[in-house]
Design a protein around this ligand. Structure first.
Ligand SMILES: *[C@@H]1O[C@H](CO)[C@@H](O)[C@H](O)[C@H]1NC(C)=O
Ligand SMILES: *[C@@H]1O[C@H](CO)[C@@H](O)[C@H](O)[C@H]1NC(C)=O
Ligand SMILES: *[C@@H]1O[C@H](CO)[C@@H](O)[C@H](O)[C@H]1NC(C)=O
Ligand SMILES: *[C@@H]1O[C@H](CO)[C@@H](O)[C@H](O)[C@H]1NC(C)=O
Ligand SMILES: *[C@@H]1O[C@H](CO)[C@@H](O)[C@H](O)[C@H]1NC(C)=O
Ligand SMILES: *[C@@H]1O[C@H](CO)[C@@H](O)[C@H](O)[C@H]1NC(C)=O
Ligand SMILES: *[C@@H]1O[C@H](CO)[C@@H](O)[C@H](O)[C@H]1NC(C)=O
Ligand SMILES: *[C@@H]1O[C@H](CO)[C@@H](O)[C@H](O)[C@H]1NC(C)=O
Length: 369
């Protein structure tokens, strides 16, 4: 599926503090922005545009490295093998400036640092690859490794599972493995990280056909993995068992992202999942539960990490592709792709409940469904 047929995207990976915070946002039209969230004297919040940097392509994701104050951004533009797209670094010190732009294949949808911030891994969704780079990135950097992902024939949902489609690269809590939810192949691929940054494939976890694993998150102490599934619109809970060269996943639970474990409305596509303390949140794109807005599903986590559905609340826009929770835990920033806005929503740190919305800002042009 050519996902760039809907071309607008927002990401908000960072709220540095609860008052006077800065956020980074990218939009599929090629620009990265910084926004400032201010707390006014009357108690109201406002979100304003601070700076912007046009980098071109389709900046699909932001990884923030606070130690070097660098953003790592993959390009989702698809050139089908022609190495025109990039993995880019844009540094910030208030303002954004480009510090390196390395060439890679396109279709990049997510990246992560690994190996003590020495390496960068990127998932190339449409081109069924994982690439890695040694940092720092420069214009002459070439991939350290390119891993082609295969599958035998189309999956249960043929129009989405025509090929392997890695959607995220996730560093495990020990730092020794990368996990890759593969939406096309219904697998959670697992790689062991070598001392020179090279990845070695371990046996995958195989999901039920038509699950479509997309994004993952770990419990606070790192012992439980949660995976959001785009095709089955559910979240799966896994226990993780380690031995010296393997992670073995054991599925403990499957819940949809709707009340009473109901099936999602037709057209819903679950996106990201994030854990904060004893709560977990998953984004429902295009469920229109709060029409014209979509929803965020909230679950509480019990002492052994199992989820209990709490509620759905408004995502403050259409197609919440990304969201992030600030360190204090009292706010969540939602990147609503199609409506092209960032919504800031209050979060109760005790009950985990979301709402009401505190601020919203449209960034660049509104998209179409
Ligand atoms: C605004 O910020 C101040 C601290 O700077 C804080 O004490 C106050 O609670 C904030 N107001 C609201 C409504 O959050
Ligand atoms: C823009 O961000 C910088 C760096 O965080 C900050 O110092 C400045 O106050 C911000 N400007 C506005 C207008 O918010
Ligand atoms: C996928 O197929 C390509 C081409 O046949 C091969 O070079 C590559 O090793 C395969 N990758 C995996 C992970 O099996
Ligand atoms: C480690 O895990 C692998 C894969 O599950 C298994 O084959 C192997 O027996 C395990 N080794 C030990 C020592 O448990
Ligand atoms: C919830 O629904 C999913 C998907 O239909 C199913 O796999 C799972 O077993 C259900 N869970 C419970 C607790 O009923
Ligand atoms: C880590 O948390 C999980 C629940 O999320 C719990 O089951 C497990 O016992 C905890 N492990 C340790 C070592 O505290
Ligand atoms: C669930 O969310 C709705 C809509 O945001 C809200 O009105 C309601 O109070 C919430 N209920 C619970 C139990 O959190
Ligand atoms: C969080 O929820 C609790 C229970 O409803 C309430 O007592 C408390 O005031 C809420 N905190 C905030 C900051 O709204």
């Amino acid at each position: 599926m050519r996902r760039h047929s809907f071309s607008f995207l927002l990401l908000s990976p960072l709220l540095t503090s609860s008052h006077g915070a800065n956020l980074f946002v990218s939009h599929y039209s090629g620009t990265v922005y910084t926004l400032t969230l201010s707390n006014n004297s009357d108690g109201a919040y406002s979100l304003t545009l601070n700076t912007s940097l046009y980098i071109g392509g389709q900046p699909s994701w932001l990884t923030w490295d606070s130690s070097t104050r660098t953003l790592y951004i993959p390009d989702e533009t698809e050139y089908f093998g022609t190495p025109n797209a990039w993995s880019v670094a844009a540094a910030t010190n208030g303002a954004l400036s480009l510090t390196g732009k390395a060439t890679a294949i396109g279709g990049g949808v997510a990246n992560t640092l690994y190996g003590n911030h020495q390496y960068l891994a990127t998932a190339h969704y449409d081109l069924s690859q994982i690439t890695t780079f040694k940092l720092p990135l420069t214009s002459s950097s070439t991939p350290l490794q390119k891993i082609a992902l295969n599958m035998t024939g189309p999956g249960t949902v043929p129009n989405r599972q025509n090929a392997a489609h890695p959607h995220e690269v996730l560093l495990d809590p020990t730092g020794a493995f990368l996990l890759v939810p593969d939406l096309g192949a219904d697998q959670i691929r697992i790689y062991q990280i070598g001392s020179t940054g090279l990845l070695t494939a371990c046996p995958s976890y195989f999901e039920l056909g038509g699950t479509g694993p997309r994004h993952g998150a770990f419990s606070a102490n790192g012992s439980i993995l949660y995976v959001a599934n785009e095709l089955s619109n559910s979240v799966h809970t896994f226990g993780m068992a380690y031995n010296n060269s393997r992670i073995t996943l054991k599925k403990l639970q499957s819940l949809t992202t709707f009340p009473k474990n109901a099936t999602a409305p037709t057209g819903t596509k679950v996106a990201e999942v994030h854990v904060k303390d004893n709560f977990i949140y998953a984004a429902n794109r295009n469920d229109l539960s709060f029409s014209p807005s979509d929803s965020i599903a909230s679950f509480s986590l019990n002492s052994v990490g199992l989820m209990a559905f709490m509620n759905i609340t408004s995502s403050g826009g259409w197609h919440p592709r990304t969201f992030d929770i600030n360190k204090a835990g009292d706010m969540i920033a939602i990147g609503d792709q199609t409506s092209a806005n960032v919504a800031i929503v209050k979060r109760n740190i005790t009950t985990g409940e979301l709402g009401p919305q505190l601020a919203s800002l449209r960034v660049s042009t509104v998209g179409t469904a």
